[in-house]
Design a protein around this ligand. Structure first.
Ligand SMILES: [Cu+2]
Length: 92
């Protein structure tokens, strides 16, 4: 009999940017998941990792998808509005 290995399915999450603030980030993130950054503002934003592991450009009223690449705790911010920030906690 063949053992059934658990299959980790990649999950898709959305982080909404609204009124100059990053919304809630996924509580349970794993490498291979995708995050759609959705900018609802009339301003351009970015989602930029302090460790440079990602840098997503988000023109006004746009969205962009990124795949989570590495485990760890990654602080991020907006290059244009440094007060906008958050942290992704990514499990392997
Ligand atoms: Cu911004």
């Amino acid at each position: 009999m063949v053992a059934q290995l658990p299959v980790a399915l990649a999950a898709d999450y959305t982080v909404v940017i609204d009124k100059m603030t990053f919304g809630a980030v996924p509580a349970e993130l794993h490498v291979g998941d995708t995050i759609t950054w959705q900018n609802n503002d009339i301003f351009r934003h970015t989602a930029t990792a302090r460790d440079k592991s990602f840098d997503v450009d988000l023109p006004a009223k746009s969205e962009a998808v990124m795949t989570v690449g590495a485990a760890g705790s990654v602080a991020f911010y907006c290059k244009f509005h440094p007060g906008m920030k958050g942290t992704l906690v990514i499990a392997p």
